[in-house]
Every structure is written in structure tokens, then in C-alpha cells.
Ligand binder design. Structure first.
Ligand code: GTP
Ligand code: MG
Length: 137
């Protein structure tokens, strides 16, 4: 089995879509192995998205991610990274396939409702960023 990190971003929580999104993961056969709600500080958001620090949208991205509460989870299952990316849809909701989370719920490339790890290697780093070993089931 593989693990991936998912974040329901502040816009998803604001729109009251936590249950909607978690149900999509479960329906697709992904198991929720860890789960928490948190309001990230600006510094925590900057640390998480450190790889994007040179990008022009870094300030906007980290301001948005620390705007309100998020729901952070570890999803587990066969091909969890790819399966979650498929459920999420393209980064830009306008380009996302029908039936994906971003097509159905997101409004813009900046406010695109969910984050998902893009590789198993990055997933391991992202999971360790938010969860202690004892929080993983
Ligand atoms: P994540 O799962 O959040 O990592 O999205 P992604 O892997 O589909 O996209 P990527 O890693 O390339 O970019 C990370 C995040 O930066 C995106 O999800 C967007 O929220 C944000 N982002 C990317 N491009 C832009 C942009 O042009 N403007 C703004 N404001 N945000 C952007
Ligand atoms: Mg990414």
C-alpha cells in the first residue's frame, strides 16, 4: 500500500465541503489513516510550500493557506498518490475533468480547494511535516 498527504484548503472548509471531499476519498477506496483540522500560521504554510518559494505566487499561496482552518489527512491504498491526484483534477479548475473535486468545487487556480502530494517520496516528507508517528494508524 501507498500513502499520500491531502489538505482540504481554506476555501473548501469555508464552503462547508469537508464531508463531501472525504466521502470522495472513501468511495474511491482510499482509507483515511490520519486526520486533523488546523489553522496554519504563515510560517507553517511557508515551510510546507518551501519548494515554491521562488515562484511569483508564493506570497499569495501562503497567505491563502493560512487564511483559515484546513483539514489535513493521510490517505492510504493502492496507488494512493495517483488516485488522489486523479480525484483532485488539474491545478486550474477550469481545466479539470468533469467529476473531479476541483471541477466540482474550486473557483480558481489560487483557490483550488485541495492539495495532494505529487510523488510517494514527497508524500513521506509532507506526512512527517504534519503528523507524529503515533498519529498515524
Ligand atoms: P498542490 O496539490 O496544492 O501542490 O497543487 P498542484 O500540485 O496541482 O500544483 P503546484 O504544486 O504546481 O502548485 C501548488 C499550488 O500553488 C497550487 O495548488 C495552487 O494553489 C498554487 N498556484 C499554482 N499556480 C498558481 C498561480 O498562478 N497563481 C496562484 N495564486 N496560485 C498558484
Ligand atoms: Mg503540488
Amino acid at each position: 500500500v501507498e500513502r499520500t498527504l491531502s489538505i482540504i484548503k481554506p476555501d473548501g472548509v469555508e464552503k462547508n465541503k469537508i464531508g463531501n471531499i472525504l466521502a470522495r476519498f472513501e468511495s474511491a477506496g482510499l482509507r483515511i489513516a490520519a486526520l486533523k483540522m488546523a489553522h496554519l500560521s504563515r510560517a507553517e504554510a511557508e515551510g510546507f510550500y518551501y519548494v515554491h518559494k521562488a515562484r511569483p505566487f508564493f506570497g499569495e499561496l501562503t497567505e491563502f493557506m493560512s487564511r483559515g482552518p484546513v483539514v489535513i489527512s493521510v490517505l492510504e491504498g493502492a496507488d494512493a498518490v495517483a488516485k488522489n491526484r486523479e480525484l483532485m483534477g488539474a491545478t486550474d479548475p477550469a481545466k479539470a475533468a468533469p467529476g473531479t473535486i476541483r471541477k466540482d468545487l474550486a473557483t480558481s487556480v489560487g483557490e483550488n480547494t485541495v492539495h495532494g502530494s505529487d510523488s510517494a517520496e514527497n508524500a513521506a516528507w509532507e506526512i512527517a511535516y504534519f503528523f507524529a508517528g503515533s498519529e498515524l494508524t
